[in-house]
Write a protein that binds this ligand. Structure first.
Ligand SMILES: C[S@@+](CC[C@H](N)C(=O)[O-])C[C@H]1O[C@@H](n2cnc3c(N)ncnc32)[C@H](O)[C@@H]1O
Length: 211
């Protein structure tokens, strides 16, 4: 990847590099989930599918539940994190809430309902985008309202959880952020570059929140 790659107003891919390989943001999301894999156990809830529950939870998962706003084949709970409709109380040990809060306008309500679904002692594993393009797919279905920083994610969850129970991290740097915006794929970036962290270029922000 050279500066010439970036000397154009058009991206290499408009789909996060998915038409070239894996998306760069998923490297950081999976890094966070891998680091927290010991918490993915018991009753585990995930949005829209159970990919990460299966990949990182393994045998410690007693029950895997999928939450979606609309009824579909693989959906266990039809619910809306914004309105609270259909969201059960104190039901899960771990809620994998990746790349979802950006699609919900009332994030305070969503954060409150995300904590509500946890059993006491349960944990929320959250990721949100910082620097990102628009996902046209999501934008046209439920909306894409927000990008975050570590500050906004922390303040958001301090409204609904004890500050000492919130662990925030940031991922990315100017090179991976630029590459992600241009739609380069994961295999086009050196691992050393992916793992360099510059807090002023937050591509992904994670939070582990304990109830
Ligand atoms: C970008 S996708 C992320 C999906 C998945 N968690 C992942 O990491 O790929 C955004 C998801 O937000 C969900 N969503 C949007 N509005 C929602 C709401 N009000 N309540 C619950 N889920 C919502 C959509 O169903 C969609 O699956």
């Amino acid at each position: 990847m050279t500066p010439e790659n970036f000397n154009t107003v058009r991206p290499v891919s408009r789909r996060f590099g998915l038409d070239r390989g894996e998306a760069i943001d998923r490297y950081y999301i999976e890094k966070f989930l891998h680091e927290n894999r010991d918490l993915i156990k018991g009753v585990v809830l995930e949005i829209a599918g159970r990919k990460y529950t299966q990949k990182f939870g393994g045998e410690k998962v007693e029950q895997s539940l999928v939450l979606h706003t609309i009824r579909q084949n693989n959906v266990d709970i039809v619910g809306n994190l914004e309105t609270g409709e259909g969201i059960p109380e104190s039901r899960v040990d771990c809620f994998i809430l990746t790349q979802t809060l950006l699609c919900i306008f009332d994030v305070f309500s969503a954060a409150r309902n995300a904590v509500k679904v946890l059993k006491p002692g349960g944990v929320l594993l959250i990721t949100v985008p910082g620097i990102t393009q628009i996902s046209r797919f999501d934008y046209e279905r439920w909306g894409q309202y927000w990008s975050f920083t570590d500050q906004s994610l922390r303040k958001l969850f301090e409204k609904v959880a004890t500050p000492g129970n919130i662990d925030i991290k940031t991922y990315g740097n100017v090179k991976t952020a630029a590459a992600f915006l241009y739609g380069l794929a994961l295999h086009e970036i050196e691992k050393e570059d992916l793992d360099y962290n510059d807090n002023d270029y937050q591509l992904v922000i994670s939070a582990a929140v304990r109830k």
